[in-house]
Design a protein around this ligand. Sequence first.
Ligand code: Z5A
Length: 235
Amino acid sequence: MRRCGVINCVVKAIIARRPSDVMVSLMKGRFITLEGSEGVGKTTNMQFIKSCLEQLGIECVVTREPGGTSLGEKIRALLLDRDSESIDDYAELLLIFAARAQHLARIIKPALVRGVWVLCDRFTDATYAYQGGGRGVPDESITVLENLLQGDLRPDLTIILDIDPEIGLARVKERGEFDRFEQEQLHFFQRVRSAYLARAAADTQRYRVVNVTRTLTEIQSDLRQELDHFIQRVQ
Ligand code: Z5A
């Protein structure tokens, strides 16, 4: 809790010098994020979403977090390194937001301002789910950093691919080696899933939950429908 107070003080000091978010209000591209626990098929389905949008003549950039920039990918490697020393929860949180700051400044905001749609494999909802739900970092600490870096910028649509973590982990296991997060126990991923579902329940406008225990054809038919609804809504 004391750490939360210190973060608040630092952030207030920085916000006082922060330029206004005029740029955010000028953005014309749309920001779509794909979320979910382990083995939900984000990589598989992101390409599908991209091809649906491109068929409609919508220019989009696919990116991911942590990562998306050269610096961000280096931070990602540090975060996923399973041979790393034990990483403090707040060190993890700040590394994730450091990568996000660079990603927002170099990739996400410039694309949105150009009118290009951004499809991002994980974003700040993952922080609420993994660092908040999984690790137990208070949501208030995450919100402070979110507001600092993003201002008013939030995804326009967040699709949560949902699966029982036991099934998701079994899929990941088939792939072989586990990274630092994948080494966590089942109850960690159960908390991650609950955090995602709680966020989705609190804002039914922005979030869509897609059950991915089914075949890829069924899943992608749902995704197609969600995209069609979204496009109708924003046009
Ligand atoms: N992290 C965090 O803690 N906080 C944050 O703020 C952010 C991230 C942004 C890396 O993310 C880690 O960073 C992540 C949380 C943390 N934890 N981990 N690990 P990541 O997104 O890069 O890592 P990931 O979740 O492990 O993604 P992944 O391994 O790339 O999985 P995926 O993209 O969701 O799934 P996939 O590779 O498309 O599919 C997995 C397997 O399932 C594959 O063999 C598929 O063929 C199979 N699959 C997919 N769909 C199906 C269906 N429908 N049926 C059967 N089999 C299927």
